[in-house]
Each structure stands twice: as C-alpha cells, then as structure tokens.
Design a protein around this ligand. Sequence first.
Ligand SMILES: Nc1ncnc2c1ncn2[C@@H]1O[C@H](COP(=O)(O)OP(=O)(O)OP(=O)(O)O)[C@@H](O)[C@H]1O
Ligand SMILES: [Mg+2]
Length: 298
Amino acid sequence: MIFKQKTIGQLIGPPKALISTTNRDGGLFVFVEGGVGRKRGIKVAVIISIKEKTFVQEGRKTTVLENIQLSIAPGEFLTLIGPSGCGKSTLLKIIAGLDSDYDGSVEINGRSVTVPGIQQGFIFQEHRLFPWLTVEQNIAADLNLKDPTVKQKVDELIEIVRLKGSEKAYPRELSGGMSQRVAIARALLREPEVLLLDEPFGALDAFTRKHLQDVLLDIWRRKKTTMILVTHDIDESVYLGNELAILKAKPGNIHKVMPIHLAYPRNRTTPDFQAIRQKVLSEFEKTEDLEYAEGSGI
Ligand SMILES: Nc1ncnc2c1ncn2[C@@H]1O[C@H](COP(=O)(O)OP(=O)(O)OP(=O)(O)O)[C@@H](O)[C@H]1O
Ligand SMILES: [Mg+2]
C-alpha cells in the first residue's frame, strides 16, 4: 500500500485509516485505524520525500522533479509510468543513492540513502555485464565463487532466473533476455531490500519481455523483495504492479497512485484487466504528453 504524504510522519492517505506513525527497529510503522501494535501496523520500506531536483541545462536551471512524496510498504511491487523525460530515471537514481544532489530525502527501512549500497539493487535497461566473465562469475561479481555459501546462492539464483546449463557461458553467447536475467540474478545475490528496475525489458522483443515479466513475478513471490519498476508500457505496469504510480512531466511529480486489485497470476485478456488498463490509459492521457503516448506502442 502506498500513501501520498506531505512530509515524513505526516501521511495523508488514506486519511481515515492513519492514526499515527512511529519508528521501531529502524523501520517506520504506520498504524491504521483499529490497529493494535506491530502486527496490525503497516511497515514502510521506502519513504521518498523530494522537494525539488534541478539540472542545469544549457546554462539554465530546470526543475525536473518537484514535490514527490511516496511511501512504499515492504514487499510491494510499485510500477512507475510516465511520459518520456518526466524524470522517472532521475527519481530511480535518487532512490538508488546514485544521485544525492537534490532537496529532500529518501529512507529505506529507516536508513537515509545518500550513496549506492547493497540495500538497493539497480537493474538498468541494458544489462551491463562484464564481457570477460561467465554467467556465474558475472552473478558473483566481487564475491568469491569458491566460497560454498556464495556458490550455493549463485546456483539457486541461476535456477530461479532459469539459466541452468548456461553457467559457463560468456555474455557474447547470450541473448538479450538471458543477459538481463543474469543482471537480475546479480542484483538479487546481494539480497537488496529494494530492487529498482529502470525499463529492464525495454530493449527486448515482446515474447522475451512477457517471459521475463513472469520470471520477475516468480522472484517477487519467492523472495518478497520490494520492487520499484519503471516502464513505458501500460500493459506491463498493470500486469506486474500491485500499486501503480503515474508521473506527469514539467516538472515531474505524481499525477496519481492507484492500487491494482487483481489476483496473480494475471490474465491480460480478462475484462477486469482491460478495465484497469483503460483507466490507467485515460489517467495517463491526462498527463498531457499525448505525443509520447502515441509513440509508446500503447
Ligand atoms: N545529467 C543530466 N544533466 C542535465 N539534464 C538531465 C540529466 N539527466 C536527465 N536530465 C534531464 O532531466 C529530465 C528527466 O530525465 P529522465 O532521464 O529522468 O527522464 P525519464 O522519465 O527517465 O525519460 P525516459 O522515459 O525517456 O527514459 C530530462 O529533461 C533530461 O533531459
Ligand atoms: Mg528513463
């Protein structure tokens, strides 16, 4: 569940439900009406509070993100959708600690994010594998594959991302989809508290894309990792997310946050799926950049 909030500790949605917030065990707990104690509370994994993010472009200061307030509970799958250039990648980089030059704060499980760390895994659109390392070496990266604990985890992940038999292959021998699965396994090996995915399947063909969406859902079900995934694709955002945030551009801020009340596994052909997709599309169109929407294959 996601709450729009004015400032940290001053959550405003859903307004009737929230009565107080408190910090325990390094995590912020939000207690809903009728909640008694920890079990009934909702723990917040990620708190994003960005007042302003600017870039200097051609000597002029431009506000790219403004007043972004989001709280994400552990184990949520948030999909972020918005027109090209509205600041999705910028937002994800801030959450990842790759960009700390902004006015505001990001917390993951009570800890302020200022630099990249293993608590937040990042998957880029292109896989960024090391060409001179095999699949299993790429997954292990700086960890020692000869360590039995590391090896066992790498093997388990190879199984999960369905790469058994390709452990010794080099990136040049892999398809785009296989490479992206290696990148996902590499991020998961570090057991991140949040996995950030920036259009991870954008460069793939439709068939591979659908397959990897299911792989990702399988990982999410098994590992219960909190996911934040940026996509251009409305269909993908509805298929994957249990919460969906639509960003608008100039400056980038949250247009709407919607829960997706559809059971998993989802079927794209059902009337319920189509109805939500249609609702997202009409909200998306309200964000003005229709030119982008036409060009995005929607
Ligand atoms: N390092 C930078 N320096 C200056 N401007 C930047 C920089 N990075 C991004 N921008 C600008 O910030 C805005 C948001 O960029 P961003 O990459 O976050 O958009 P996006 O929503 O991810 O777009 P897309 O969907 O095309 O990937 C754009 O206008 C872009 O030109
Ligand atoms: Mg981007």
